[in-house]
Design a protein around this ligand. Structure first.
Ligand code: DLL
Length: 487
């Protein structure tokens, strides 16, 4: 009997080879398989061993599973998740009843498409805990992210959920070459945002040293990086650029750091920005993707081949759909990323419409992982902006403005990136009656509006009061947002 204990794919311009290490009657042999034929090949044996030595996995058996195995796990877990939400979440039970669906109707992975789509609006409608699938006694943590009207969307985790999240994050860090000997500075914000605690628990799971720096206080970040011999940095890509600039400004160079790699995400960034960060910090910069509704960071992450982000498919089933019809797009086409969680207890989500525009590639990767790869998100299908890693809906700014009073509903939001840091400026028209030469009065009013925006969004905005009727009136949809960032 042939017992495969190692498998790898190797692409040449014309063909794909499958390299198998097989145990036959106590003898180990390496084969290259091409066009269905097994060929014993010692060159491939050497190549294969070299790759396996170089590749670091956190959970090798799961990360290198074959596609068929992944699909079998997904189906089993999907069926159990659907049973669970039908029994425990009235929202899902009602939606399934509307469609005439029972949990037993989910027989294959294709039946996933029969299930209802979940949107951010559904999370808002069931605020705060309406989609939780376990009693509150079993929830050990909540996180939250922005909603369009100021209401947060709240997500809950059981102890097992926190452990699975840490497992996913540990796999991501290992893909960057981190291990027990690494020192990981977590400069994502700690708090309701998932970035800080998500990266922190993953680092501890890996057995590396977690340095919970949180974001801000850049000079102190640099001092810690130098003094503690930090090897891995986790933060938003724009903050990584900021750190790189301050490093230079205060008279240090990348040679003063022991940094090897960075795990950057939570906002869109380009390959150009990657090259800048890598060059300035002397590291490899990896992309990490996630969203609080699904879990937080570590839904997907790049391997060292950096040709897409591997989605942990034993936990999440991705689909790409048309943003308007929710129907699947053709293989390889871009569309709205929809994710179903299959092993979450506290807050399982069925077909969550992320609004991130991506493509998915199911080809096995040279790193040995068959988990699908998503492209970097190319944008969003809604109007959500991500400013310094914070999710901002224009309507949140509008409601903050209108609560101040004396403000006309004529405003324009200008987002820019200056010295690699996002800036937010809000131009607001004041009423005729308010127009004044009193500079102090204007300053006080700008401060009041700025404070209100900060209390809603948690970020600073520059407020500029402009003369009555100076903002162009629209004849259709008002152009409220000017995003000058080139990402
Ligand atoms: O941003 C979770 C996270 C923390 C991911 C740290 C990576 C690192 P939310 O605040 O809920 O969660 O925002 C989720 O951010 O739907 C995307 O639009 C965007 N986003 C996240 N990662 C990336 C990325 C966290 N690598 C929203 N590239 C998502 C582009 C990203 N956009």
């Amino acid at each position: 009997m042939r017992n495969i204990f190692y498998e790898r794919f190797f692409n040449t311009p014309k063909k794909q080879f499958r390299i198998l290490t097989i145990k036959e009657r106590n003898q180990v042999s390496v084969y290259a398989v091409c066009c269905g034929k097994y060929v014993l090949n010692s060159f491939y044996a050497a190549w294969c061993m070299l790759c396996s030595i170089m590749e670091i996995y956190w959970n090798k058996s799961v990360e290198t599973m074959e596609r068929e195995q992944i699909r079998a796990i997904q189906l089993e877990r999907l069926r159990s998740t659907v049973q669970n939400v039908y029994a425990s979440v009235p929202y899902y039970r009602d939606k399934m009843k509307e469609k005439g669906l029972l949990p037993g109707d989910i027989k294959t992975l294709d039946n996933l498409r029969d299930l209802p789509i979940t949107t951010k609006q559904d999370l808002r409608d069931t605020y705060p805990f309406g989609l939780f699938a376990v009693p509150m006694e079993e929830i050990v943590r909540v996180h939250a992210s922005s909603g369009t009207t100021g209401k947060q969307t709240v997500v809950g985790y059981t102890r097992k959920d926190i452990d699975i999240w840490a497992e996913c994050m540990a796999r991501c860090l290992a893909m960057e070459g981190a291990d027990k000997s690494s020192r990981v500075q977590v400069a994502y914000g700690y708090g309701l945002f998932t970035g800080g605690l998500g990266a922190h628990y993953g680092t501890e799971k890996l057995g590396a040293v977690a340095i919970p720096a949180s974001s801000g206080n850049t000079q102190r970040q640099i001092t810690m990086m130098i003094d503690f011999g930090v090897t891995h940095l986790c933060c938003t890509p724009s903050y990584a650029m900021n750190i790189a600039e301050v490093l230079w400004d205060i008279g240090h160079t990348k040679d003063d750091l022991k940094l090897k790699a960075g795990c950057f995400g939570a906002e869109p960034w380009s390959d150009g920005m990657r090259a800048e960060i890598e060059n300035r910090l002397g590291i490899r910069a990896y992309d990490i993707y996630g969203l609080s509704e699904i879990m937080g960071p570590a839904v997907s992450h790049e391997c060292r081949y950096q040709n897409g982000l591997h989605i942990w498919e034993d936990c999440f089933i991705p689909e790409i759909t048309d943003a308007d019809t929710d129907l699947p797009v053709k293989d390889g086409e871009a569309g709205d990323l929809v994710i179903t969680t299959v092993n979450k207890e506290g807050f399982p989500l069925i077909r969550y419409k992320t609004r991130d525009i991506c493509t998915i590639n199911y080809e096995p990767c040279e790193c040995g992982r068959a988990h699908a790869r998503m492209s970097k998100p190319a944008g969003r299908t809604d109007d959500m902006l991500i400013i310094r890693g914070v999710n901002v809906f224009p309507s949140q700014i509008e409601s903050a403005l209108l609560t101040v009073g004396e403000v006309q509903p004529h405003y324009q939001i200008i987002v820019d990136r200056i010295n690699n840091l996002d800036t937010l400026t809000v131009n607001i028209e004041i009423s005729e009656g308010m127009f004044t030469d009193n500079i102090r009065g204007i300053e006080d009013f700008e401060k009041k509006v700025g404070n209100q925006i900060n209390s809603v969004l948690g970020i600073n905005a520059k407020i500029r009061l402009v003369e009555p009727k100076s903002i162009a009136r629209s004849e259709g949809k008002a152009k409220r947002v000017i995003d000058k960032r080139k990402i």
